[in-house]
Design a protein around this ligand. Sequence first.
Ligand code: AMP
Ligand code: MN
Ligand code: MN
Ligand code: MN
Length: 292
Amino acid sequence: MNLDAALNADLHCHSVVSDGTLTPEALAERAKAGGVQLWSLTDHDEIGGQARAIAAAAAIGLPYLTGTEISVSFAGRVVHIVGLGFDHEAQELIDGLKATRGGREPRAREMAASLAKAGIPGAFEGALQYVGNPDLISRTHFARFLVDAGHCADVPEVFRRFLTEGKPGFVPHKWAALKDAVGWITRAGGIAVIAHPGRYGFTPTEEYALITEFIGHGGRGIEVVTGSHTAAEFQQYADTAIEFGLLASRGSDFHCPEESRIDLGALPPLANRLTPVWQALQERVHHAGVAG
Ligand code: AMP
Ligand code: MN
Ligand code: MN
Ligand code: MN
């Protein structure tokens, strides 16, 4: 396998095991059809779909890296850390993710209570109808309920009017610590990657703190080309990767055919000047018929 920067790697997407609408099997097919040459399923705070993704990818000859996207509280904000190429049977990672997911149900009940006060009753039960994994009720499921119940025209409108800081339905939450998330991934043999850095709205000073602390804990990668970045941010975070000596990653963050702007495999390639994260994970790639 030629693992250069031009590889059509898509190392970020979500299935019904978190807040996507497709099964791991359907995503594998869609990735293959979209020209993806190396794929990873990165469900939020959950690796329960990894065995299915490995099997589905193997069945269609699609090289695969294990993945997850961990919710982290950092400097009063939520930061997402993608993990790639870990052993999905590592107990410390399994336990850490379970603890991270644990707060979701009480949080969802508080979100529903806040929405009820704003005149939207029944949101907990409503959101639950969209949940594929009862352990992983997320804001996305509330958003789908609010759209289908006629409160908003689309999911972006929900996030503008509800569920975000200062709006009805927002509940502050304590997620995993950066040090723990990076440690769980790294000690399971994987590489930790800062997801969509352009999305956090950090000042340069805050971003510097995030990156240097992340590296201090053993983090090695950063998403450069993602569905959440503009073309200008592809350049900006390529510079950041080089400045800090980080491995570059690429992924659509695909959730749903109707909601996602970017399909699996459809992003531009990484710039040649970058070192792709998949070069450091060569040994961790699952190939058809080979346990990795
Ligand atoms: P949660 O982990 O429950 O806080 O939900 C976060 C998820 O909500 C993200 O992973 C996205 O899928 C989705 N999300 C967050 N902000 C937006 C937005 N502005 N528009 C659409 N989806 C969003
Ligand atoms: Mn999501
Ligand atoms: Mn994310
Ligand atoms: Mn994501």
